[in-house]
Design a protein. Structure first.
Length: 110
């Protein structure tokens, strides 16, 4: 989608602090973090939201979760949350499926 903010980031039309990228996925720091560590993980394929997922997308969603796991390991996170916001009432602000990886800073962990 041409007007999608995340698609523009994927195409490198808008700068972002990318922390991971491969053929299918991209991950970058959230510009409005809700925690010390707040990354977004999303597929390069444009899917509007979890609500629009199709049966053929199940491997892609699994890859999103495994990508988040790899990022957490590289960041030495021992605890974190993975969050999908769905629709405006669910807190989704950008209409491109994405997974939030959120964690407190390591030094703050008990």
């Amino acid at each position: 989608m041409e007007d999608c903010l995340f698609c523009k980031i994927i195409r490198k039309e808008i700068p972002s602090e990318i922390i991971f990228e491969n053929e299918q996925m991209i991950s970058f720091k959230d510009i409005r973090p809700k925690a010390k560590v707040h990354f977004l993980v999303l597929p390069k394929k444009h899917i509007h939201s979890v609500r629009e997922l199709q049966e053929e997308d199940k491997n892609l969603v699994g890859e999103m979760i495994l990508t988040a796991q790899k990022i957490a390991e590289k960041q030495n996170l021992t605890g974190y949350k993975l969050i999908f916001n769905v629709g405006r009432r669910g807190g989704q602000l950008v209409d491109h499926i994405h997974l939030h990886l959120v964690s407190r800073d390591i030094e703050e962990l008990p």
